[in-house]
Design a protein around this ligand. Structure first.
Ligand SMILES: [Zn+2]
Length: 276
């Protein structure tokens, strides 16, 4: 009997010990978590933040050739220009909050990942390479009816297209009246005129002439005139200039690059061809 009581007491004591150990472990975890958070802030492990996925890091990853430091989000892969576009979409449009049919040409994986999961967005993506989009599509001959989309994203594409005027006309055709497109493209703002030479045809020559083996021109400021000739009304949005300087650094976005929004006029009386 005495042995049994002693046994029960021992079991009870060991149960209490286990509970105490578990409580201590939980406290230990909490302390570690708090000290990790303190370290993250105190030692600069929370210096940058990706507005696309919300991830916070000491720095973005290097990316590109040659490598740019602090460029790519380790979580969602967003680069500087993707984060800039996302900030525009998030803070300057209602795209994320109301139904829209969106065409995303040559979809950047980071933007595709976020846009394709937003409930109100009827998301269609296409690429010349069928492996890179849901629809195989050539933007000089888009496989869509007139006025099919409220919004088009087609970034870093036009500089690869020999007949870019036809591509612009196609993008305009499939956009609904009152809709808008973001058509970012590299350009040299010091040039008034676009530089393109039909005699430059090989990858080596293109690399020498345009800085990249698959580019077919370097756009100058007359890019705006080409887009206006297709019917678009341009709106240059210097998104980063409207942010506090520390946010520009934190989000790792280009400070002086505009998001080029090309609008299709809602009606025949709306002026075309203007830009700021
Ligand atoms: Zn991210």
């Amino acid at each position: 009997m005495l042995k049994c009581v002693r046994g029960q007491a021992a079991d009870h004591a060991s149960g209490q010990m286990r509970a105490a150990r578990a409580a201590l472990a939980a406290i230990d975890d909490s302390v570690r978590c708090v000290s990790r958070e303190v370290r993250r802030v105190a030692h600069g492990e929370d210096r940058v933040e990706c507005p696309c996925c919300g991830g916070r890091y000491e720095a973005f990853r290097p990316f590109g050739v040659p490598k740019r430091l602090n460029a790519q989000c380790p979580e969602c892969g967003a680069l500087e220009r993707h984060r800039l576009i996302w900030l525009y979409l998030r803070d300057h449009t209602n795209l994320l909050h109301r139904p829209a049919r969106v065409l995303h040409v040559a979809p950047e994986p980071a933007l595709r990942r976020h846009l394709s999961t937003i409930p109100g967005i009827d998301y269609v993506c296409g690429d010349l390479d069928p492996a890179k989009g849901d629809r195989q599509c050539d933007i000089t001959q888009l496989p869509f009816e007139d006025e099919s989309f409220d919004v088009i994203l087609c970034n870093h594409v036009l500089e690869h297209i020999p007949d870019d005027r036809r591509a612009m006309a196609e993008l305009f055709r499939v956009l609904r009246a009152g809709g808008w497109a973001i058509l970012q493209t590299p350009m040299d703002r010091r040039r008034a005129q676009t530089f393109e030479d039909p005699a430059v045809t090989t990858p080596e020559d293109r690399e020498r002439a345009y800085g990249q083996h698959d580019h077919v021109r370097i756009y100058g400021l007359d890019l705006y005139d080409r887009l206006a000739a297709a019917g678009f009304v341009l709106d240059l949005n210097y998104v980063a200039r409207e942010l506090p300087a520390d946010r520009v650094v934190r989000y790792g976005v280009p400070a002086n690059e505009p998001v080029m929004v090309c609008r299709k006029p809602a009606g025949p009386n709306e002026p075309t061809g203007s830009h700021r």
